[in-house]
Design a protein around this ligand. Structure first.
Ligand code: NAI
Ligand code: NA
Length: 396
């Protein structure tokens, strides 16, 4: 079929398999171009099909020759039915991994469930024996607690007072004022349940109890801080409380891994266009201004550049892992540079519908958004008849 982008609100309902494949190949080529990393050999990535998790899987495999197991929640393809991008990404990744002689298997299902955890542990036991690195990169709006059966929904709201600021609809380019009402206490607890560290700890507890973590094993989860501008709705809002919880869970897990010489880290990453971030109000305006400034400075990065740098310059240097005063790895260092932030803050003041296309990188934002779904990718013939059914070779 001929596959075209079909937008509804902030999501795209279609995905292009060949565009997704090309994105993955581009990321693999980037990692290869940076040379070998003396990193992990057996890696479990939870949230492996898109964004930072996919970049982690690619960096592990093609930077460090690692065998990888990927966990994700994606819609498969079927005759006449398109898959979600993460499905096509994974199919492309596994094809490339197999051609390179690298072990790669995947499990598609709810990572929060006991069932998927058990299936994963059994697969590791059978195929890899132990794991050297567990990457925890889930972004989800809901989680059913496997112990209570209660389904929790996260919200993106300020705490204590309404938040009023500018935002942009990146499809129309319209800059408007939004006002978001503050959350309830229950919203905070629900958001912590979904995006906090509880599930990460459950994964590590399960792996450790089954003796599936190798000596000196590491685990890492991803967090975000960002500028003062977005604080009320991000770092000091409901999602920020969940990130506080995730970050404190790193210490709990680190303690539990100390007897095997292991460690747990949170890496604070840069703001990037992903399916998760485009749903957050205000963030798209911030990102479009940030991209403009960082590109002008020659310090712009995407997920793959971020994660390749995280592995090669933070986690696997052979020396100590550098962390901030709160024990976090900072790979958002270039985003948070004082000169970059000062420029973004000044542009924010000026931003209107009329000037945003020139003072901000609205086009870059929009392109990245299309790219997430395999559209507007260089070298892809979108007029060609494309097979929508694509298999993931190592799917369990
Ligand atoms: P994403 O939406 O690209 O990736 C989410 C991944 O989680 C996908 O592989 C998806 O299949 C998987 N997933 C979602 N629900 C699942 C479930 N129930 N079971 C199994 N898999 C499931 O998101 P992104 O942006 O890569 O986020 C990953 C982490 O990075 C999050 O913790 C996010 O907060 C963090 N982060 C994101 C930043 C950004 O600007 N995008 C910046 C800094 C941190
Ligand atoms: Na991810």
């Amino acid at each position: 079929m001929i596959i075209e982008p079909r937008m509804r609100g902030f999501i795209c309902l279609t995905a292009h398999p060949v565009g997704c494949e090309q994105n993955v190949i581009n990321q693999i080529n980037y990692v290869k171009s940076k040379g070998k990393i003396d990193g992990p050999k057996r890696v479990l990535v939870i949230g492996a099909s898109t964004g930072f998790g996919l970049a982690s899987r690619i960096t592990s495999a093609f930077g460090s020759d690692a065998a990888t197991i990927g966990i994700f929640f994606e819609k498969p393809s079927a005759p006449g039915k398109l898959a979600t991008p993460g499905w096509y990404n994974t199919a492309a990744f596994e094809k490339q991994a197999q051609e390179a002689g690298l072990y790669a298997k995947s499990i598609n299902g709810d990572a929060f469930s006991n069932e998927v955890k058990e299936k994963t542990l059994a697969l590791i036991k059978e195929d890899l024996g132990q794991i050297d690195l567990v990457v925890y990169s889930l972004a989800s709006p809901v989680r059913t607690d496997p112990t209570t059966g209660i389904t929790h929904r996260s919200v993106l709201k300020p705490i204590g007072a309404p938040f009023k600021n500018k935002t942009v609809d990146f499809h129309s380019g319209k800059v408007t004022e939004i006002s978001i009402d503050p959350c309830t206490e229950e919203d905070i607890q629900n958001t912590i349940k979904v995006m906090g560290g509880e599930d990460w700890e459950m994964w590590i507890d399960g792996l450790k109890a089954a003796n599936l973590l190798a000596p000196n094993a590491l685990t890492i989860a991803y967090s975000y801080i960002g500028p003062e501008l977005t604080e009320p709705v991000y770092r000091k809002g409901t999602i920020g409380r969940a990130k506080d919880h995730l970050e404190s869970t790193a210490f709990t897990i680190a303690d539990k891994l100390s007897d095997i010489g292991g460690n747990a880290y949170v890496s604070v990453n840069k703001a990037l266009v992903t399916q998760a971030s485009s749903a957050i109000p205000v963030i798209p305006l911030y990102i479009s201004l940030l991209y403009k400034v960082m590109k002008a400075e020659g310090i712009h990065e995407g997920c793959i550049e971020q994660i390749q740098r995280l592995y090669s310059e933070r986690l696997y240097t052979g020396g100590n892992v550098p962390v901030d005063e709160k024990g976090r790895i900072r790979i958002d260092d270039w985003e948070m540079r004082a000169d970059v932030q000062a420029k973004v803050a000044a542009l924010w003041e000026e931003a209107t519908t009329e000037n945003l296309p020139s003072i901000g990188d609205l086009e870059g934002y929009s392109n990245d958004f299309y790219n997430l779904f395999g559209f507007k990718v260089g070298g892809v013939d979108y007029t060609a008849d494309t097979n929508e059914v694509v298999e993931i070779p190592g799917l369990q």
